[in-house]
Design a protein around this ligand. Structure first.
Ligand code: DGY
Length: 416
């Protein structure tokens, strides 16, 4: 009988394109930013050198301004929309023009701390560290122009939680008129009932065309976007990455980078308080255009536990997850909310990468039991339903793409 570990390694090898890994065949045929960083954490269990390469390939496509794009289009593939011609970012190897959660700093630290070949790890981390630091600097310079300590996303794809209920209200401001007619490809690979709607896609595309019209000048896009949302999960990942990078830099004698990232992390952590909601027992998104918290208790506000939030906040988050009451945790939206949809992408389903980061953060905050329950539930899902992209939190049914890379990577981490 093949074990879960063997299955996971087989999926990671199958989706490996040599120096980068595709999230899954068909639906996502290129390199995605946060997928790659989390994938490396799985690869380290059977090929440490290959794990470093995954992140190095991503950073080889960093923009001169410091941004690391959310997709690198290494090879032509017309099975995905929007492709490089729609983005038209003018990069030597085509990339998208928006970014994704800054999980790289955390991934570097984990790879380094747990490396068996410390000499090789040190050389590779030393080369990557200034690049990751440049990305962090870019975030705070362009996405926090008011110096609040928290960055905004300007497109839902940046959060990775594409169709979260969190974006419904601010998305009302994004028009759809004038967009170039298009054909979706995602719904040819996955069940349309499990994917974002056409109306959401129209808005995703409007934003892309709007930013393209501004020549992808990343210094201008934040202020020019009708969609500016401060997502607690996105910020928590960045804050954790800054703190992890600071520790790494300190150990390697890179004192300036350490001090800079320490400052980003401390400021960000203090500013997170503004996003806390006692009523929901979690953090909420802030609509920066309106200056108001968004009344939607999605998983981004639980993922905030990934950074060093105060212990009482972590305890409240653990209790909120418990109160969801779903058989499988962590639902990406609370089932008691009438907007919850158990099968539609980020409007209810469980995602293993999010589980991993929440469990890691809760364990660090002393909530070991809550963390262990998340890990056990994640592995139960795999045993019952295989390595899917995401899962119905009530029935455990597998949803979206199959033989999914980052799901497999997380299983190797959960089993370690
Ligand atoms: C998609 O196409 O579904 C991605 O999430 C956007 O990068």
């Amino acid at each position: 009988m093949t074990t879960l570990t063997e299955n996971a390694i087989e999926i990671l090898r199958e989706n490996d394109r040599g120096h980068y890994t595709v999230p899954t065949k068909g639906l996502y045929p290129f390199q995605w930013n946060w997928d790659s960083c989390l994938t490396a954490l799985g690869q380290r269990h059977f090929d440490e050198a290959r794990a470093w390469t995954e992140i190095e390939t991503l950073f080889a496509h960093q923009w001169p301004c410091g941004m690391v794009p959310h997709i690198v289009f290494h090879k032509h593939d017309d099975g995905y929309f929007p492709g490089p011609d729609v983005w038209a970012t003018g990069r030597p190897t085509p990339t998208s023009g928006i970014t994704q959660p800054a999980v790289a700093g955390f991934a570097l630290r984990r790879l380094y701390d747990r490396a068996s070949d410390k000499v090789a790890a040190e050389a590779r981390v030393q080369a990557l560290l200034p690049k990751v630091a440049a990305w962090h600097r870019w975030f705070y310079a362009t996405r926090d122009p008011g110096g609040e300590g928290l960055v905004a996303i300007i497109h839902p794809w940046e959060a990775g939680r594409d169709n979260s209920i969190d974006w419904d209200a601010p998305f009302e401001r994004v028009p759809t008129d004038g967009i170039t007619p298009y054909t979706r490809r995602d719904t040819q690979h996955a069940d349309p009932a499990h994917r974002p709607t056409k109306e959401q896609y129209d808005r995703y595309l409007w934003l892309v065309e709007h930013f393209r019209g501004l020549g992808w000048d990343t210094a201008k896009l934040h202020d020019a976007s009708p969609f500016q949302v401060v997502d607690p999960g996105f910020n928590a990942i960045l804050i954790r990455a800054c703190a992890d990078l600071a520790d790494l830099a300190e150990g390697l004698g890179m004192t300036d980078l350490a001090a800079e990232n320490r400052k980003f992390a401390a400021r960000g952590l203090a500013a997170m308080e503004r996003l806390w909601s006692d009523a929901h027992g979690q953090y909420l998104c802030l609509d920066r255009v309106r200056g108001e918290l968004i009344d939607s208790a999605s998983v981004g506000g639980l993922l905030a536990a990934f950074c060093a939030v105060p212990p009482a906040r972590a305890a409240a988050i653990a209790a909120t997850i418990e109160a969801h009451g779903t058989r499988f945790r962590v639902a990406s939206h609370p089932p008691a909310d009438p907007r919850f949809d158990a099968k539609r992408y980020w409007r209810g389903p469980v995602w293993l990468v999010v589980n991993y980061m929440i469990a890691d953060g809760l364990a660090r905050a002393g909530q070991e039991d809550a963390a262990a329950r998340i890990t056990a539930s994640s592995l139960d899902l795999i045993r019952e339903s295989g390595f899917a992209e995401y899962y119905d939190p009530i029935t455990g049914a597998p949803l979206g793409g199959g033989r999914f890379t980052w799901t497999a990577a997380m299983v190797l981490e959960f089993l370690a």
